[in-house]
Design a protein. Structure first.
Lengths: 113, 108
């Protein structure tokens, strides 16, 4: 059974058209992460939530926003996608501060036309 | 300097070969260490944690040397199904820091 679910798996949007990616988890984990992974590169952390506390990475562009309305769901909003934002977006969860293991969702592959 | 650096790859090996992956990390405060495997267009999946005492899981052996800030992964008797990208990962303050990955291709 899938524990971290991402929807949609594939998303096509137009240059400048806002898009929202979603992530849900059945693990009841406190921490949720969003990563961006471009082709042949390592995943890059965009931001994470510890419960409701939002933590933005210093180099995450303002174009990227996130919402976590409850423990189970987290959204990534890209306000004005550019061609350079085409990537795989990975959601991950972690139980809490004393655990290291992160559980990844299958990712959403974003194409920007 | 990258926080986590790996062999650039790709590694192309025949079935049955032994393959060694190397990784170094720059921050001595790194707390935990892992190898992840990522298949093409899929999410990273935890392969194994890495401990200073060394640990083995079947054909896979991982080693950590904190003094030299070096992590290794050895795959013995490689299989076609081992073909993937192997990511070296360290944690700092609850965050995963990924290396760029080393691609492995095992050929018949």
């Amino acid at each position: 059974d899938a524990m971290v679910i991402q929807n949609p798996r594939y998303q096509v949007t137009q240059f400048g058209k806002p898009v929202t990616l979603s992530c849900s988890q059945t693990l009841n984990h406190n921490v949720m992460y969003w990563y961006q992974q471009k082709s042949s590169q390592a995943p890059k952390l965009l931001f994470h939530y510890y419960d409701k506390d939002f933590n933005n990475e210093a180099d995450t562009p303002d174009n990227f926003q996130s919402r976590r309305p409850n423990t189970s769901f987290c959204f990534l909003d890209i306000r004005s996608p550019g061609l350079g934002d085409a990537a795989m977006y990975l959601c991950a969860t972690r139980r809490g501060p004393r655990t290291d293991t992160q559980y990844f969702g299958p990712g959403t592959r974003l194409t920007v036309l | 300097r990258k926080e986590v650096e790996q062999d650039p790859g790709p590694f192309n090996v025949p079935e049955g070969a032994t393959v060694a992956f190397n990784c170094t990390y720059s921050n001595s405060a790194s707390q935990s260490f892992f190898w992840y495997r990522q298949d093409c267009r899929k999410e990273p999946k935890l392969l194994m944690s890495v401990y200073s005492s060394g640990n083995e899981d079947g054909r896979f052996t991982a080693q950590l040397n904190r003094a030299s800030q070096y992590i290794s992964l050895l795959i013995r008797d490689s299989k076609l199904s081992d073909s993937a990208t192997y990511l070296c990962v360290v944690t700092q303050g609850g965050k995963l820091i990924f290396g760029q990955g080393t691609e492995l291709s095992v050929k018949p």
